[in-house]
Design a protein around this ligand. Sequence first.
Ligand code: UDP
Length: 466
Amino acid sequence: MAGAGDGDGRAVPVRGRVVLFPLPFQGHLSPMLQLAGALHARGVAATVLHTDYNAPDPAAHPEFAFVAVPSGAVSAALAAAPGDGIAKIMALNAAIEASGCARDALASVISGSAPPRPACLVIDAALPGAQKAAAELGLPTIVLHTGSAAAFRLFRSYAMLREKGYLPAKESELNRPIKEMPPLRVSDLFDPSKYFNEEMGNKILALSTETTTNSSGAVVNTFEALETPELQSVRDELGATIPVFAIGPLHKLSNNGDRSSLLEQDRSCIEWLDTKEPGSVLYVSFGSVVRVNQDDFTEVAWGLANSGRPFLWVVRPGLVAGSSGKPDLPDGFREAVEDRGKMVDWAPQAEVLAHHAVGGFWTHNGWNSTLESIFEGVLMLSRPSFGDQPVTARYVQETWRTGFLVEGKVERGKIEKAIRRLMEGEEAAEVKERADELKKQMLMCLEDGGSTQQAVDKLVDHILSL
Ligand code: UDP
């Protein structure tokens, strides 16, 4: 009999089948493949649809079937859209719809699959184009929210935020608390009117709201104890017909994260970490998409150098805005830090955070990075850029109290002080206690019978009932 496998090499009888379509960015692709892994381990076979752009490596995931969505139109639209963010997401959706390529690929998967017929298409919450394709074929969809429940709730609340005058954000009110959604402030809100015209802004805000409303269920990469009121609030709003499954942290539920890395991970940093004292190293990474300007990059470099701390810094090609190449480090920087600082293009991040030498994480608070940090009980210095990152950073500082925000202009003196605050002294010890407590809660949700394990069981039952 065909087996779905349980991740340990044992075959599990196939109970069902799903098709998944991730958004082709690292922070979205990894959790989708992790979700596929969790379903597969419970006997649900997975076929992954993907674009040529940022395609996953099928050889790294022999347990799944992969089907490329064959469309020159999609590739061309993605290549032409600027940056790595919203413009590409909008272009991808438009091209999927216009070309019909997702519908064709999905139809061929449905007709070509061994029984049972795929029960649903699991889509990234920002892929309405794929949802429409599924609807045309009569296939239900489940949406995966790769961000927090707080971000999920926030993106559904823009009408209220406008009605109550929080948005468009006024310069004089940036510190105004959003009393309906503590601990958020106006400055934490993504304000589309700053970047886009009204029509485009509304389309962007509608992305995940519409896909969720048109779905048969929503999966969130979080866990019950971390975001209890936020999950309650989305459940209250969506009602029983769109159940919400909190099945995070996905990177621990199905440990295939490293295998979905789009960039090659430089493992020399693990050997370097082996030479450092426990808890002494600050790990610095701004994820796969954030770009910084040249001045900020220089200030970060000197802030790290002047802190006197050992640090491991992911200096990704393209990190500095305006160039896709390797950023040039400031003159004299390497000499100043010598072996105290290690720079890599891309790190095996989950393993780095798990290393005993790492005591702090300077992060942009991408949601995957945040969950990975919480899982390892690592304190965070938060420097968010856009989207849901400021929301997560605010929760880190105010709700979970496992780190500090670095706000305002990036200056070397400020950075140096913030690093000392995070890694030394009494305040740091208190933050560490809370981080260890949160880690315990995360471990509990992953145990047999824990909230996440129960949620995956319920999700599988739900999928099989569709
Ligand atoms: N990551 C990695 N190596 C690095 C930096 C990041 O493997 O050097 C991984 C990280 O573990 C996380 C993902 O890339 O799983 C980034 O996702 P996140 O949501 O944190 O941020 P995004 O890149 O989407 O802004």
